[in-house]
Design a protein around this ligand. Sequence first.
Ligand code: WT7
Length: 650
Amino acid sequence: MSPHVPKTEVDDLLHEDRVFEPPLVFKNNANVKDHSLYKQAQKNRVMFWEQCAKRLHWSKPWSKALQWDKPFAKWFVGGKLNASYNCLDRHIKANFGKKTAILWEGENGDERKLTYEEVYLEVNKLANAIKVLGINKGDRVAIYLPMVPEAVFAMLACSRIGAVHTVVFGGFSAEALKDRINDAQAKLLITADGGYRRGSAVALKATADAALLHTPSIQDTIVVKRTGAEVAMKEGRDHWYHDVVRHVPNYCQPEEMDSEDLLFILYTSGTTGKPKGIVHTTGGYLTGVNSTTHWVFDLKPSDVFWCTADVGWVTGHSYIVYGPMSNAATQVIYEGAPDHPQRDRFWKIIEKYKVSIFYTAPTAIRAFMKWGDEWPAGSDLSSLRLLGSVGEPINPEAWMWYYEQIGRHRCPVVDTWWQTETGAIMITTLPGLSAMKPGSAGVPLPGVDAQILNEQGEVIAHGGGFLSLTSPWPSMLRGIWRDPERYQQTYWGKWEGKSYFAGDGTKRDQDGYFWFLGRVDDIMLVAGHNISTAEVESALVDNHMVAEAAVVGVRDDIKGQAIAAFVILKEGHKRGQETEEVLKNHVATKIGAIARPSRVIFTADVPKTRSGKIMRRLLRDVAEGRMLGDVTTLADPAVVALLKDKYDEA
Ligand code: WT7
C-alpha cells in the first residue's frame, strides 16, 4: 500500500526522460569527480565518516567512531573539539585571516565587510561578554535577531564557551518566543532593537519584551542596535551589545567540548501543538555540515557563496554558519526582502558581489517566476556557477525556470533533501558527477542509507512509500530536548523502533532517484516552513469566538502549500469577512505571520473519524474544490455525515 500523499504531477513525470548532465567544465574541476566516495562509504560507512571527521580540528581524537544504542547514537566518542575554533581560529592559523568571511548587505543598503580575523575578534569579545553575564558551558542562550552579522557572532560566541544556542526566527511572535525560551530554560536572550523588512523597521525588542514578561529563566538580555528605534531598556536586565563588548578582553579560550556535548537546540513543528526542540551535538553535526558543504556546494577558496535562508531555520545554521564557515567560505548575508526596493534585489546582489553559488527555496523561485523574466534578465548573473534548492519539493516547471533564467543553462542545480532533524543534506545529486532530473532530489549522499518502506516496514524497490534513513549518520538529531519518549515515538515509533521515519512520502525510479511527494503527517510546508496543523488549530481555538477548528494545507502556486482553516464559531458570533480577518490576525499574533491562514471557512461541523481524528483529506478535497463546488455545504451536518461515510470507506 502506498501512503496517502497529496497528489502531485510526479506520477506523470517519473516516466519523463528529461535528464541534464553537469557541464563538462564543472565536471572536470569538481570537488567530487568520481564515485570513489560512494564506494568507500559502501565498503565501510563508519570508517568513511571517520575520514570526513578528520577534515576538522580535534584537540583530542575519538576512541570509538560510533556507539549505536538504537535509536540513540553517539559519534566520535571521547573526541574533543570546539565548533567556533573550527570555524575561525583554524583558518587564521592557516593564514586565511585576511580572507573575507561575510559580505553583509542591509535591506536599506548598509554594507559591512568582515574578514575571518574581524569575525574572530567579534566572536571572542562577545564570548567574553556572555561569560561576564554568568553564562557557562551547557547553559542555554536564546537568539532572536534579524539577519545581521551579530546573529553569526552570537551563535559562534555561544559555541566558543560551550553554551547551547537556541535561535528563534525573528518572524515568530512573542508567544512563540516565550514558549521556546521556557522550554529551553534559556538564561540569556540576545536580540536587537529591530531589523528592516520591506522598507519598515520590525520592532523586535518590543516583541521580545512581551515574551519576557513570562520567562522566569531569563536573567539578562543583550540588545544589538540595528535600526536605532527607541526601545525600553530594563535596568539590570537589558544591556546594549556595544556596551558589553567594550571592556572585555580580545581573546576567549575556546571551551574544549566533548564530541557529544550539545551544540544547539532548534525548535521545529511537530504533529502536536507543541514544537519539538531538536537537539544537535558538536562533533557529528560539524562533520556532516562540513563535508556536505564541500561535496554538494563544491566550495572553492575563490567562491562567493549565498544561502538566502534565515539563521532562524536549520538551513541558516548548517549552510550559513557551520558548514560554510568551517570551510573558510566567503559568503553574502542579506537582511531583507527579495522585492525591496524592487523585484530584482537578489539579482542585483548576485551581480554586485559576484556570487558564484546560490542556494534558495522553491517558494522564492516560484515568486520570481511570477514576477517575470525581465527582473533577472536585467542583471549580470555570469558569476553564478552552481544553484541549489531546499525546503520542499521543487516542481519541474520551477526547476526549469531556475536552470534557464538564473543558471542560463550553465549551472548545475542541486535539489537538496534534508530536515532540521538530519542536520545536514542527505539526498541530492552531486553537481559535478550526477545527472539531474528536474523534480527529483536525486540519490543518498555517500554514507547515507535511505530506503522506501511501506506501512509494514518492508523495503519497496521502486514504487511509492515512506522515506526512511536506515543507518545512523553523524549529524542526526540526538533527541528532542527533555523529551526522549517523544523522540522515540515520533521518529522510531512507526516501525517498532527499527527504522527512522522522516515523515515524507517518496518514490524511487529505475535509476534509484528519489522523487519527493510532500509530508505524510500533519505537518504543512508553507513557503518551505514546517507548520503543524495542530499548532494553528490551537491558536484558533484560543480566540474567544472559536468553538472548534480544523486546519489543512492546500496547494498554492507560490507557497507550495497555504493554510486553510475550517472554523466552527461559538453561539452569537457572526461569520463574515470581519471575523475572518480577526481570526487570521489572531493566528499571526499567536505564532507569527508565516502561520497566517490564507482562508477561513466557517462550518457547522468538522468531519472526524470514529476515533475522533479530523478527516483532513476530506477537508483538503473540499478546500481545493475537488469534493464540493461550494464549501458552504459543509455547514449542513447532513452533508457532512454523507461525506464522512464516503471517506470512511475509502
Ligand atoms: C522537510 C524538512 C531542509 C532544511 C529546510 C527545511 C521538506 C526539504 C526538500 C527537498 C522535497 C523537501 C521535507 C522535509 N523538504 N527539502 N529538496 N525536496 N522536500 O527543514 O523545516 O526541518 O523541513 O522539508 O518534507 O521533511 P525542515
